[in-house]
Design a protein around this ligand. Structure first.
Ligand code: AMP
Ligand code: ZN
Ligand code: FE
Ligand code: FE
Length: 292
């Protein structure tokens, strides 16, 4: 059973439409896929329509941008109620903060001599509803300033870089509580990737369990073998679920092929059961036969 619980469509910063992403996952032999676009549920309907026909089970999720002790932390939220007003208001606030910062980043780039306009960005970002630094990176590639997204981050867009502009994000414990209140299952994405290890040590994770944290995404390409071993031991000690996933971004992120990292069926079952027990109206959809 191949289960991939973290992927992006072009609704955020992936490159395939939600429907094409679901079909690609089925074609790649996956049995279950979670769509977890950044800070939005906008892709859920299209992905749901595609899942039954493609022959795959769909887990509807979100990757929420949060902050913990000054550090950006991504929180995967599975099977939340999209009608929960509090969670939706918080997502709206995050997306508004993303929109506000784009002109500021383009302004910085122009000060650095790069002819980056909002019109050009809109062309590159296409129909995405959540703009992010990867879109600005694509613009830099399009303009021939850098060869790829990674170079754009290294030279301009990484935290503290010359064109970096910060944005609003909820506090991690608050976001965890909100996901639970919305019936969902909160799992920290790539907890020890890109700098967040410093604020997510064993003690910090134990406190987050008190806030309602349900799991850790241990099997992610950002983690090496030693980190996975250590995170797995922490998860076991704290009674946390352990997930694994590709964090697929289409052609936007090389090496993160669909299904390259996977989650155990028992863990998906626990996620589905937890959401149901919390009264969430959202559950697995699509071709669920044999998955749970
Ligand atoms: P944003 O959400 O707009 O702040 O952009 C963050 C996203 O950019 C993350 O979800 C990653 O997919 C990507 N990203 C962040 N840092 C880097 C980096 N150093 N190199 C390549 N991609 C990155
Ligand atoms: Zn992303
Ligand atoms: Fe992430
Ligand atoms: Fe992601």
């Amino acid at each position: 059973m191949t289960i991939d619980l973290h992927t992006h469509s072009r609704v955020s910063d992936g490159t395939a439409s939600p429907g094409d992403l679901v079909r690609a996952a089925a074609a790649a032999g996956l049995h279950a896929l979670a769509l977890t676009d950044h800070d939005t549920t906008s892709g859920w309907a299209e992905a749901t329509d595609a899942a039954a026909e493609a022959g795959i089970a769909l887990v509807r999720g979100i990757e929420i941008s949060t902050r913990h002790r000054g550090q950006g932390v991504h929180l995967l939220a599975y099977l939340t109620d999209p009608g929960h007003a509090g969670l939706q208001a918080e997502l709206d606030r995050v997306v508004a903060g993303r929109d506000d910062r784009v002109p500021a980043m383009l302004e910085r780039l122009r000060e650095l001599g790069v002819p980056a306009t909002e019109e050009a960005l809109a062309e590159v970002a296409g129909d995405s509803v959540v703009t992010g630094r990867p879109h600005v990176a694509d613009l830099l590639v399009h303009l021939g300033v850098v060869p790829d997204r990674d170079a754009a981050f290294a030279d301009y867009l990484a935290d503290g870089g010359p064109a970096f502009v910060d944005r609003y994000a909820p506090r991690l414990p608050d976001a965890i509580a909100l996901v639970r209140a919305a019936g969902g299952v909160p799992v920290i994405a790539h907890p020890w990737g890109r700098g967040s290890a410093a604020v997510l040590g064993a003690d910090a994770l134990a406190r987050l369990v008190d806030d309602g944290l349900a799991g850790l995404e241990v099997d992610h390409l950002d983690h090496g073998a030693r980190e996975r071993e250590e995170l797995r031991a922490i998860a076991e000690r704290l009674g946390l679920l352990v997930t694994g996933s590709s964090d697929h971004h289409g052609t936007g992120k090389v090496g993160h092929d669909l299904g390259c990292e996977t989650t155990a069926p028992a863990v998906l079952r626990a996620i589905v059961e937890t959401a149901a027990a919390q009264g969430s109206p959202t559950t697995l959809v699509g071709d669920v036969a044999g998955v749970v």
